[in-house]
Design a protein around this ligand. Sequence first.
Ligand SMILES: [Zn+2]
Ligand SMILES: [Zn+2]
Length: 202
Amino acid sequence: MSSDLAFTCQCGAVTGTLLNVGPDQGDHVICHCTDCQNLTRHLGHAGRVLDAHGGSALYQSRCAQMRIDSGREQLACLHMTDKPTLRWYAACCGMPLFNTYANGKIPYITTQLAACDTAKRAALTGPSLGHLFTGDGIGDTSALRKMSMVKLMRRFFPRMIRDIFSGDRRRCELFDAETFEPIATPHRLTAEERQALPGRAD
Ligand SMILES: [Zn+2]
Ligand SMILES: [Zn+2]
């Protein structure tokens, strides 16, 4: 089986491929943080992305291991809060696709597994390593296997070093190779937009 994993937005305009996917190549985690939940609500895809405990299934990998095959002009990005995390989505249908740092200097790409080939994703990424920010989750999350951001950062660090020293940092589809600036202009949610976020389902 190829270790490439196809992804698509809901309407099919944006398609692409995660290359060389595997449990030793990236980290499959479930994030329950408020920002990840609110992102899906803001974009109108909570039902499609979130699990019963408000978790988003994510796969974090090296920034050059993602290829956009179509619909690049539909890629848009936003910041949910004052934090640097940049949320990428397909403007055509609002489907959330990736999380990255605010610019390409700190190289990683975190892909929404909800957008990935359902037949192949579990086999390629392997089971999730654990759940982040379970305290923000919906309902009783006490039985979920917790994972700390510190552990995730420790796993990310060697990949970041490789991306920087190999030059792969400049080969991310989402950032300009010279300036490291995002290829789309980020929008930061206004206070009004944050106020207007649909409430939690619980
Ligand atoms: Zn779309
Ligand atoms: Zn999160």
